[in-house]
Design a protein around this ligand. Structure first.
Ligand SMILES: Nc1ncnc2c1ncn2[C@@H]1O[C@H](COP(=O)(O)OP(=O)(O)OP(=O)(O)O)[C@@H](O)[C@H]1O
Length: 245
């Protein structure tokens, strides 16, 4: 469903993402892990068609994320690390707007917005302006925006970072439900316990290079470490260069 084919990005002589090739299968939850500055956001921006690759390409369902960016967006839902909204629209209005942008009729968009707000536990704040939302509410509203068109692929940048335990569980349950119904999820995170619980496979990017990818068992074998994903991550990123920050 997602094919990275020799994808890379350089700024001048600096390789922020070194060429890498990776396939994420339909319905898979794939965790994209790496220390600060490793190249995760740069990779996600290329996947979203926001940044032009220096070499290689990335495909979603056979479509080139740069050349066919508009078509790719029909199939992809994106939750940025810090979702930004029109502050003086209400939560319900924002979702309605995003739904109509995806081509749904007014009543279809309203129905979808209502369902998602309820599923994500936002029903009590649907009429609040987004400017008054807490960070957790903004993340949930951002996720609702990403889900409203039932995308085949979800691209998530730190979906539960900063959420309280209940909100974090709500979001993870909603994501697992999406994965169970066949949505492919590509999630970038620093939260390794979440990645260990949710992801079928993970990739570790360090100093711009994809240094490992596979199931936790495969990573354990590669690192000769039977520990948690955190221990394996620290070992792999140590061996790949400087210690993880
Ligand atoms: N526009 C730019 N010009 C030059 N260098 C950049 C630019 N954008 C990013 N970089 C560099 O590319 C590298 C990768 O950055 P990126 O934001 O992708 O890391 P990240 O893995 O998302 O980090 P974090 O976990 O801290 O968000 C960093 O060294 C960053 O300074």
């Amino acid at each position: 469903m997602i094919e990275f084919q020799g994808l890379s990005k350089s700024y001048g002589g600096y390789e922020a993402v070194k060429p890498f090739t990776l396939s994420v299968k339909r319905g898979e939850v794939f965790g994209f892990l790496g220390p600060n500055g490793a190249g995760k956001t740069t990779t996600i921006r290329m996947l979203m068609g926001i940044l032009q690759p220096s070499a290689g390409r990335v495909l979603v369902d056979g479509l080139d994320c740069h050349a066919d960016a508009a078509e790719v967006k029909r199939h992809v839902g994106y939750l940025p690390d810090t979702p930004i909204f029109y502050d003086y629209l209400r939560g319900r209005e924002i979702l309605q707007f995003v739904g109509e942008m995806h081509g749904f009729s007014r009543s279809e968009a309203a129905g979808r917005a209502h369902r998602l707000l309820r599923e994500l536990g936002l029903e009590e704040v649907t009429e609040e302006f987004a400017v008054n939302y807490s960070m957790g509410m903004k993340k949930k509203l951002g996720l609702a925006c990403a889900l409203i068109h039932n995308p085949k692929v979800l691209i998530l940048d730190e979906p539960i970072n900063g959420l309280d335990p209940r909100a974090s569980r709500d979001v993870q349950e909603r994501l697992l439900a999406a994965a169970a119904s066949g949505t492919t999820i590509f999630v970038s995170t620093h939260l390794l316990d979440m990645a260990e619980r949710m992801c079928d496979r993970v990739g570790i990017i360090h100093r711009g290079a994809l240094v490992a990818s596979g199931t936790l068992e495969e990573l354990r074998a590669a690192a000769s470490d039977d520990g948690s994903l955190e221990e394996v991550f620290l070992k792999i990123t140590d061996e790949a260069g400087e210690p993880a920050r």
